[in-house]
Design a protein around this ligand. Structure first.
Ligand SMILES: [Zn+2]
Length: 280
């Protein structure tokens, strides 16, 4: 018969192997896909109830235009696998000082008016939306929760605490924006996937970097400031990411264009007419 200590050691080994597997296989995720949808709905509800911090921007013309002309066409990409499972939805948050967008698990995507006013082409916005959809599709939040749970459980066993506390740990992970703090690897993957999605649309596939390029040229990357620090905390290392996108474009035989480009696939006039001029 195994002693308590030996049993504990076996668990330790099991969990260590489990965590290693989680790290090695990106797709390993102990949560069913439906859990992403449930999490996202809960999050969306919490945001609705925090309308002071996340006031909804009430402008149906702009919201409908972006949803129908940009957001939905990206979702039609054959690489978007959960379009019939997730509850994809676009919401605009009224805050002109924040240049950011974020996705919660299972479909809801949020974009700040600050970002909409800063961008200057439909392609640039499509790049950002593709990136956010990728976070949901690749299930980055619940992948991370899988890893965190493994580590928490392991820590508890080592410390000899009661494993039943795991339920509490899980419920703690379900709340708070920390759930949305993506890793560098997640950011990189979302840039890569955004490019894949955009290849199925009329937009320039490398447009995910346009936002970073404009920020770099405007000297905003180093500067800080409220909106920028929020952006940098959720989108680390923009300069390195521009280089990665350029590298992928070259490898795929696609012409490298900057945010200053006009012509096919960019749609600056359309952005000005249908989005910028409609923003109050
Ligand atoms: Zn991101």
């Amino acid at each position: 018969m195994l002693s308590v200590l030996k049993k504990k050691k076996l668990w330790f080994v099991f969990l260590a192997v489990f965590i290693a597997a989680c790290s090695a296989i990106q797709s390993l995720n102990i949560f069913p896909v439906e859990q992403d949808v449930a999490l996202g709905s809960e999050f969306a509800l919490q945001l609705q109830n925090s309308s002071k911090d996340y006031p909804v921007y009430n402008n149906p013309a702009v919201k409908n235009y972006i949803t129908q002309k940009i957001f939905q066409p990206i979702l039609q990409s054959p690489d978007v696998l959960y379009k019939n499972v997730f509850k994809y939805n676009l919401e605009i948050i009224k805050n002109d000082t924040i240049l950011n967008a974020f996705a919660v698990p299972g479909g809801p995507v949020y974009v700040y008016t600050g970002l909409l006013k800063y961008l200057d082409s439909e392609a640039a916005l499509a790049g950002v939306l593709g990136h956010e959809i990728a976070h949901a599709e690749r299930r980055h939040a619940t992948n991370r929760m899988t890893k965190q749970m493994g580590i928490q459980m392991l820590t508890q066993l080592v410390l000899g605490q009661n494993p039943s506390q795991t339920a509490m740990i899980v419920s703690n992970l379900f709340t708070g924006m920390t759930l949305l703090a993506n890793s560098r690897a997640d950011e990189d993957e979302s840039d890569q996937v955004s490019m894949k999605y955009l290849q199925a649309t009329k937009y320039y596939p490398g447009a995910v970097k346009f936002f970073f390029e404009k920020m770099r040229d405007d000297g905003k990357v180093e500067k800080g400031g409220q909106g920028i620090s929020v952006f940098l905390s959720t989108h680390p290392d923009p300069i390195a990411r521009i280089a990665s996108v350029d590298q992928r474009l070259k490898a795929a035989g696609i012409e490298v264009k900057s945010y200053k480009a006009t012509g096919a696939g960019i749609f600056k006039d359309e952005y000005k007419k249908n989005i910028l001029s409609q923003l109050k």
